[in-house]
Design a protein around this ligand. Structure first.
Ligand code: CND
Ligand code: ZN
Ligand code: ZN
Length: 375
């Protein structure tokens, strides 16, 4: 029996209050309106950014269905949709590509102005939500909301992918992998023979390492306070790894010494103000490029001397690795299918959606890289 045009009742993980466990609830998912798509999700990753919301560091309206690293199939489409049809394999993307705004028209930019990141409303493009639970509207999260059996997204926030791609793997192309890999290739533009520093060796930082290696970096120094992350970092391409806790002096001094003063590219993939500064300080004053990837607490500001940039450093940042999502995400899936990068190695745990709070515990305890929730 077709569900098209009807409200679907299904399971989803709802965040009602900050710093509380997610609650598995029965939610109602309304049918897609014009230029919207309802997706049956099959798998979703759990990213550090979801955790930042729960901790109150990344603002988005509550109550909310989090999750932004998912893959699934189209259940039904609203009027006017041409990008996909029911049955298509898709990835919802947290940065849209509307194709019409000044950013989409700029070949060197990707942060489409119709994103819901800068000033999150927690809604569809039309300002309303498609989720209700216990009679209350539930917000969407950065145009995706993948911690649910079904979600509704705008046509500008979905990409069609190879139907043969395994959803429980390529869901990571929805955020973590793409963010790290693109930060190395598109944002830093890592050069062959260069020296790179990656601070934070979670799913995002390890994806930076994959990108640095693909670009031909000669040295890739991984930095993390959790030494359990070192083995995988080395498997993926780190040439050495250090913990700041093993040194008396600041880690940027250690990194400068280790590299003979020549860190070409540095990446912050933690989401802290102090590590953002460490990454900036460790790269070469005249030609170093430092990329901010982590999402620091929204309430914190950084104080730094402009001299750090006057000498020639470049300081950059990017969401989703600077990829234009509609143009690039399907190609990344094709590259994965052609074995061009070791995405599977980022996956350490697989759990059913019901065990989502365990997935966050594994992340907090530093035991997981990526947990995939099967839906
Ligand atoms: P995850 O929590 O898995 O990794 C963070 C890593 O940092 C862990 O291995 C920690 O042990 C390590 N760490 C913590 N404190 C320190 C420290 N002081 N020094 C060195 N290492 C430390 O998170 P993730 O990999 O999923 O995400 C990393 C960040 O990237 C996080 O802030 C997330 O919100 C952000 C992000 C950004 C984007 C984007 O588009 N820019 C997309 N997704 C996630
Ligand atoms: Zn746009
Ligand atoms: Zn993410």
């Amino acid at each position: 029996m077709s569900t098209a045009g009807k409200v679907i009742k299904c399971r989803a993980a709802v965040l009602w209050e900050l710093n509380k466990p997610l609650s598995i609830e029965e939610v109602e998912v309304a049918p897609p309106k014009a230029y919207e798509i309802r997706i049956k999700l099959l798998a979703t990753g759990v990213c550090g950014s979801d955790d930042h919301v729960i901790a109150g560091h990344f603002f988005t309206p509550l109550p909310v269905i989090l999750g932004h690293e998912g893959a699934g199939i189209v259940e039904s489409i609203g009027k006017g949709v041409t990008a996909v049809k029911p049955g298509d394999a898709v990835i919802p993307v947290c940065i849209p590509q509307c194709g019409k705004c000044v950013v989409c028209k700029n070949p060197n930019a990707s942060f489409c102005m119709r994103n819901d990141v800068t000033n999150p409303r927690g809604t569809m493009q039309d300002g309303t939500t498609r989720f209700t639970c216990r009679g209350k509207p539930i917000h969407h999260f950065i145009s995706t909301s993948t911690f649910s059996e079904y979600t509704v997204v705008d046509e500008i926030s979905i990409v069609k992918i190879d139907a043969a791609a395994p959803p429980e793997k390529v869901c990571l192309i929805g955020c973590g992998f793409t963010t790290g890999y693109g930060s190395a290739l598109n944002i830093a533009k890592v050069t062959p023979g260069s020296t790179c520093v990656v601070i934070g060796l979670g799913g995002v930082g390890l994806s930076v390492i994959i990108g640095c290696k693909a670009a031909g970096a000669a040295r890739i120094i991984g930095v993390d306070i959790n030494k359990r992350k070192f083995t995988k970092a080395k498997e993926l391409g780190a040439t050495e790894c250090v913990s700041p806790q093993d040194f008396q002096k600041p880690i940027e001094e250690v990194l400068k010494e280790m590299s003979g003063g020549v860190v070409d590219f540095s990446f912050e993939a933690v989401g802290r103000i102090d590590t953002v500064l460490q990454a900036l300080l460790c790269c070469h004053e005249a030609f170093g490029v430092s990329v901010i990837i982590g999402v620091p607490p929204g309430s914190e500001n950084l104080s730094m001397s402009p001299m750090l940039l006057l000498t020639g450093r470049t300081w950059k940042g990017a969401i989703l690795g600077g990829f234009k999502t509609k143009d690039c995400v399907p190609k990344l899936v094709d590259d994965y299918m052609a074995n061009k990068f070791p995405l599977d190695q980022l996956i350490t745990h697989v759990l059913p959606l019901e065990q989502i709070n365990e997935a966050f515990d594994l992340l907090h305890d530093g035991k997981s890289i990526r947990t995939i929730l099967t839906i």
